[in-house]
Design a binder for this molecule. Structure first.
Ligand SMILES: [Zn+2]
Length: 356
């Protein structure tokens, strides 16, 4: 299996985040990519390939994200420094346009003058500080998923986008949960455009990250050409999305499927629900499958509360293989650096070989 990478994915390095009321080291680090790469290379099962730098990432990102959001991400740090921000520092939001205080601006097209204000408009939490190199990494991460998607459309061969920042929390015009561009959504739009029948090219997105992919859900909520299936922790981050009742809207009604699971979910229960999700995808019969691959479902993950073991990842890979679809795996979460490489490899090998 080809694995696509880009060294610019590692430039984004915010020093800290605020979690459970504490200032802690940023969990979403470049070391995640390094550990996975070390686990994948060396024995010929996986072929590491550089992403294509000639891909016009912004053009493809515009199929998913709004122009003003992309312009904001591109320019925010520079403008903030011009306003007096620390060139070595990180841009954080200072306020959020909570609906309870924004009636005044509802029709006035909220446009805060300062970047600290604008930042709160374009993100929904504190986990997406913007540093001098953030946008370069955001582009690189999407470039990796586009390069892997291109491999899929040209050869029909499944591929893995080994990239960060992750993407499934990023919506049309909002960052959050370490995510800026929604890499799987950008890849899905690309695959549809490249398809001979773009209007009938169905895509299924299977999100097996521990957290609900609120951004992916939002982007395709009214779209019947993309079915979204997510297994995630109920009542955990991002808290306000991911219920079974969220089933899509308008023409997209019935194409959004959430499988919330309780804290402490173990291998057997997880795979049982996964088989239900896979059944939904089988009935949809997509041209391509995209997997939002998070391993923060692991028992020792520092920010997850499921109890999956490494053996379970082989079974997950095997269950996904059963769909027999050209499959694009895109990295999302997973924060236990000691096991992230082994768990990702185990899942991909389960997919390749069908052995548990
Ligand atoms: Zn996650």
């Amino acid at each position: 299996m080809k694995v696509f990478v880009d060294e610019e994915c590692s430039l984004h390095r915010p020093p800290y985040e605020i979690l459970s009321g504490k200032i802690v080291a940023y969990h979403e680090t470049p070391d995640r990519l390094l550990q996975i790469r070390l686990a994948l290379e060396g024995d010929g099962v996986f072929q590491i390939e550089d992403a294509d730098r000639s891909i016009d990432v912004q053009r493809h990102a515009l199929q998913v994200h709004s122009v003003d959001y992309i312009e904001y991400l591109e320019s925010a740090f520079g403008l903030w420094v011009e306003e007096g921000g620390d060139p070595e520092g990180s841009l954080f939001p200072e306020t959020f346009p909570n609906a309870k205080i924004t009636q005044r601006f509802a029709t006035a097209n909220l446009a805060p003058r300062s970047l600290a204000g604008k930042t709160g408009y374009y993100c929904f939490d504190l986990s997406c500080p913007i540093t001098a190199d953030t946008y370069t990494s955001v582009l690189a991460s999407a470039r990796v998923s586009l390069s892997a998607a291109r491999e899929l459309s040209r050869s029909g061969e499944s591929a893995f986008a080994l990239s960060r920042p992750p993407g499934h929390h990023a919506g049309t015009s909002v960052a959050g949960g370490y995510c800026f561009f929604n890499n799987v959504a950008i890849a899905a739009k690309y695959l549809q455009q490249e398809s001979e029948c773009s209007t009938c090219c169905g895509i299924a997105i299977l999100d097996i990250d521990y957290h609900h992919g609120n951004g992916t859900q939002e982007i395709f909520y009214s779209d019947s050409s993309v079915t979204y299936v997510s297994l995630h922790a109920e009542l955990d981050y991002p808290y306000f999305t991911g219920s079974r009742e969220e089933r899509g809207d308008g023409p997209g009604e019935g194409f959004n499927h959430n499988f919330p699971l309780p804290f402490g979910t173990e291998d057997g229960a997880y795979c049982g629900e996964l088989r239900k999700g896979v059944k939904v995808i089988k009935e949809f019969d997509p041209a391509y499958l995209i997997v939002s691959l998070g391993v923060d479902t692991f028992e020792s993950d520092p920010i997850g509360a499921f109890k999956l073991t490494t053996a379970c990842y082989a079974e997950i890979g095997c269950i996904i293989r059963g769909l027999s679809k050209p499959t694009l795996f895109v990295l999302e979460g997973g924060y236990d650096l000691d096991t992230i490489g082994k768990n990702v490899r185990t899942l991909l090998e389960g997919f390749i070989t069908g052995a548990v």
